[in-house]
Design a protein around this ligand. Structure first.
Ligand code: F6P
Length: 498
């Protein structure tokens, strides 16, 4: 599938990004695209027009646009679990297929119920919401609340995810149970961390009437003690890491208000429409996915950084780690054979400018090339104009310095440059724009999975550790022996020192 990339990479081996731009200055604008309030510029990637032609030819052979349509229409894109992945139906009407239309109707009904529950809570004396969940049932709501909640929001939303009891302890210590409500969010309602933390919060709350749940599994929710009228639905056709747009976003809607939550969904739906209908050369999701494959399979980059230059987006890297690595961390093709190319690189990152003073040294002078997505925001939303100018100057400076480097006779002061980056610019951090941005990453991830022939929607890799942990729990409590010799030695150590 990826034939031709190696030849292109070899041809470009001695051409730098600086050379590419000097020889073809028009790429500064030709490699830029816009979708509403989101602008993307790929000019500082290490490919020329011929390599791009090869990439788009690969995209055509992989039938990326057909794949996009199959996703939105609810085709069986998750065959190993026998499911569709209809997160797009949670946020818009971008398909007329019967399954998508039915899914959309269920999503809209759930939104209406969410609005009613929010209005009831708004009419109460509850001031704080505790959201309990983990992975996809936590990271999306956490990101959006941190990015988009207003200072004068009606509710302050707090999150507990880690099974480490310190997580619950630290959150609950600062709250009054009489003025709090809690939401236990779990697609399966079988996740150990969430059930343990949910139990702690239920006991702390001391009033079941302020306990809510979101899940596909109504029976388990009822057994846990939450009645149907305070339970919001989830469906098998929504993957956990694609679920913030569903009732899993209940904490987001509480923090932002239902109308701004719907704006977030509208933004994602606008990106769905763009990704499904814009021609490949004008399609940001296609460019982003092809660029990821180029960096991984032609340049052999082992990691990828994501660097939001806006403090409100500082949780985006953690969110994307699950979205990208749980989706693409696969080495088996859908049909069952081994993949013959590298798949997902390690994704990591953090907010600029803080990270300039931590790991940027390695980005500039380390031996590994780390392609980076820089994310900037044009509107400041604060009165500190000089800070905003400094922030944007730093953002531009880093992308330029990484690309062009700087020569020096002193090897310690030499900057090799030639380090690729993409610039994504939002007009402002609004629910609509952030919805577009996150949906862009979702579609890029899916298109990468199509190019690699892997399933982006299962996650069997996380199961083994959970199984071993449940086997070891009795051993830790002294009721059984562990099979593994090293684990036995460690358990002895725990019992002597713990
Ligand atoms: O980490 C594995 C995983 O299954 C994720 O895919 C999911 O988002 C998370 O656990 C939480 O699952 P649940 O929502 O069922 O509690």
């Amino acid at each position: 599938m990826l034939a031709g990339l190696d030849a292109e990479a070899r041809r470009l081996a001695s051409t730098t990004i600086t050379d590419l731009i000097r020889e073809d200055p028009a790429r500064a604008s030709d490699f830029a695209l816009r979708c509403g309030g989101l602008y993307a510029n790929f000019a500082r990637q290490r490919y020329g027009r011929a390599a791009l032609d090869a990439l788009f030819a690969i995209g055509e052979r992989a039938e990326l646009m057909v794949a996009m349509r199959r996703l939105l229409d609810g085709a069986l894109v998750n065959p190993t679990e026998g499911r569709a992945a209809l997160h797009s139906a949670l946020r818009g009407d971008n398909s007329t297929s019967q399954v998508a239309v039915e899914a959309r109707a269920q999503a809209v009904a759930a939104q209406a119920r969410m609005r009613v529950l929010i209005e009831q809570l708004e009419a109460s004396d509850v001031t704080d919401i505790v959201s309990v969940g983990i992975g996809g049932s936590d990271l999306g709501p956490r990101l959006m609340v941190d990015a988009l909640a207003l200072h004068d929001a009606r509710f302050k939303v707090h999150f507990i995810s880690n099974v480490d009891g310190n997580a619950a302890q630290r959150v609950l210590a600062g709250l009054d149970p009489k003025r709090s409500a809690a939401i236990v969010i779990s697609k399966t309602f079988g996740t150990q961390e969430t059930l343990l933390n949910g139990g702690i919060v239920r006991a702390w709350l001391g009033n079941d009437e302020r306990l809510y749940a979101v899940s596909t599994n109504a029976e388990r929710v009822a057994a846990f003690g939450v009645p149907p009228e305070r339970t919001l639905p989830m469906w098998d056709w929504v993957g956990g890491r694609y679920s913030l747009w569903s009732a899993v976003g209940f904490p987001i809607a509480l923090a932002l208000g239902m109308d701004r939550f719907l704006e977030l969904l509208d933004g994602a739906a606008a990106m769905d429409a763009h990704a499904a209908t814009a021609a490949p050369r004008g399609n940001i999701a296609v460019w982003h996915a092809l660029t990821a494959v180029w960096n991984r399979n032609a340049l052999h980059a082992a990691t990828q950084a994501v660097l939001p230059y806006d403090d409100r987006l500082k949780l985006l890297p953690a969110y994307l780690q699950q979205l990208v690595m749980e989706s693409l961390g696969k080495s088996v093709r859908i049909a069952g054979g081994a993949v013959d190319v590298d798949t997902v690189p390690v994704w990591w990152g953090g907010a600029g400018t803080d990270t300039q003073h931590s790991f940027f040294q390695a980005l500039h002078q380390g031996t590994q090339i780390v392609p980076a997505d820089f994310i900037g925001v044009l509107r400041a939303d604060h009165p500190h104009a000089q800070n905003h100018a400094a922030l944007l100057a730093n953002l531009l400076a880093q992308t330029e310095a990484l690309a062009n480097g700087q020569d020096s006779d002193d090897p310690h002061r030499h900057y090799p440059g030639n380090r690729p980056s993409t610039l994504l610019l939002l007009d402002a951090v609004t629910p609509h724009a952030v919805g577009m941005l996150v949906a862009l990453y979702e579609h890029s991830v899916y298109l990468q999975s199509v190019l690699w022939g892997i399933n982006a929607f299962d996650q069997f890799g996380v199961e083994l550790g959970k199984q071993v942990a449940s086997r070891l729990l009795p051993a830790l409590q002294g009721d059984a022996e562990a099979d593994d010799a090293v684990t036995r030695a460690l358990l002895r150590e725990f019992s002597q020192r713990g």
